[in-house]
Design a protein around this ligand. Sequence first.
Ligand code: SF4
Ligand code: SF4
Length: 156
Amino acid sequence: MYLPLYQRWISVFREGESWRCLRCGECCRRYAVELHEGEVERFQRDEVEILDNGRRRIKRRFDGFCIFYDEKKRICRIYENRPDSCRIFPFSILRKEVAEKMGINFDDRDIVEHRGKFFIIIYDEACLGIGKGEKQDRKKIVEECYNVALKFGFKF
Ligand code: SF4
Ligand code: SF4
């Protein structure tokens, strides 16, 4: 799921906030799902699109939806094996220093420590599940986003 940062991540996910996936399918319609090296093998060749820069992503239908989204049942047909980008959506993390440079509004209570580094959690406002469901464990979110970022070769 790759769009320029400024178009996507515009709110800080703060302590005590809740989230639940409502299965609205908005993320499955809106974003192309990029695959990292470790998960490409799980997909058939005709399910994956190879971009000019060599990156690979799940193909989408003419209506924009991911080919694995079932609109009638409102489910992902490969939910148990969905790509890592889908697993962490709508969350992502930023190093505190990067967030400061970007002018993101946060304070000390928003910071989560992980492996000796300090992060804030940001989320995509397109997700309708923010504010619904149960309070989320922010340490767990940071850990999951961190691990996925590493798989994509990102260095914090
Ligand atoms: S946009 Fe949010 S609520 Fe809707 S399917 Fe995606 S993760 Fe779930
Ligand atoms: S793989 Fe599943 S969760 Fe991910 S975009 Fe496609 S339908 Fe949605």
